[in-house]
Design a protein around this ligand. Sequence first.
Ligand SMILES: Cc1ncc(COP(=O)(O)O)c(C=O)c1O
Length: 418
Amino acid sequence: MLKTTKITDPELYSIVANELERQKYNIEMIASESSAPTEILELMGSVFLNKTEEGLPGKRYQAGSQHADEVENLCIERGKKAFGCEYINVQSYSGATANYTVFNAILEPGDKILAMRLDHGGHLTHGSPANFVSKIYNYKHYGVDLETEIINYDDVEEKAIEFQPKLIIAGASAYPRLIDYKRMREIADKVGAYLMVDMAHISGLVGAGVIPSPVPYADFCTSSCSKTICGPRGGFVMCKEKYAKALNRATFPGTLGSIQLNGIAAKANMFKRVMEPEFIATMERVLDNAKFLAKELENRGFRVVSGGTDNHTVLVDLRPKKITGKQFDQALESIGITVNKNTIPNDPESPFVTSGIRIGLTAVSERGFAHNEISEVADIMKMVAENIDNEDILQECKKQGRSLISKFPLYPEEYFED
Ligand SMILES: Cc1ncc(COP(=O)(O)O)c(C=O)c1O
């Protein structure tokens, strides 16, 4: 691993080596994480990193673009096939910039956007005061029904009629249920708004066909590449053909600089994998494991927000255990399980403390976890939650977790041998 860096920069090499060790022996359950396959690691470090390109294939500003065009065209062709979309731009650096390019393509400063509240599961780029988009556009937010903890579509419709947004955003960071895209489309049509679906979290599940696709309903679909889709850091935007020109102009020169061809090569491989039976089986396992974990946690006295999950995420209310998200997240990290603290709908705690945690099943399912392992994780979580200050029990849990994860290698052992 890192043959030259090991010799020329041992200080940095040892940090990377330590991170590899951490990933190998950690039970990774952060919902926005996945483990990229070795092809993706290789392509991210490929010589395409050296090539500067601006513009689209066939219309570059730089010379020497033959292979750059080939790789981006292949990526586009595979992306279109994987999602059945009319048009795709694969240049975005991340899910966040993918959203910015759409805003830039269709909106003017001051235009109105209706999106999901951050504290009910929405994303920072959907109009949080902490994100610069809130200074440019005029936002209103919808949320979940506090009884069912499911999106209140009547409320979305009422707000849309009253607010008359130019854009409605569906999609979230911490929403464990399916979104009714047909209903969102109807609401958008009723008020003459564009519909953008931010499928950053669920694009792997959508691409594998294990949950419904928003592509037929949305004007634009945006995604990150590093969550359920298990690709590189990066993003992409799909749209109806009629918006292609506006999207391309808004991407470059409108929002981004020169493209990251190494990332585009890796995305091309990601889209190929999405269509393969092995990936589809992994995504089926992610869904099954998430549903199973939700039940297992409920059986152990946790409250699962909305009573379950339809995707890779389980949102857990910790109040029955009388601990906060911050306490549980830190205690789990100390024993080798990573999750993240998360607000739950109507959370009495601040976003820095929270009453909940968000758990994602992608990374452990990639490594091969099935029901037996998920039950063991639920046992460990219960033990930690109920003994949060008991160092001896936490040490036992750490040993148990390490022994469990050690049976499921992150990468083939020989891959990193020098
Ligand atoms: C709904 C949603 N959109 C966009 C993003 C941003 O994606 P990235 O981290 O790739 O910029 C996230 C990341 O968590 C997300 O959850």
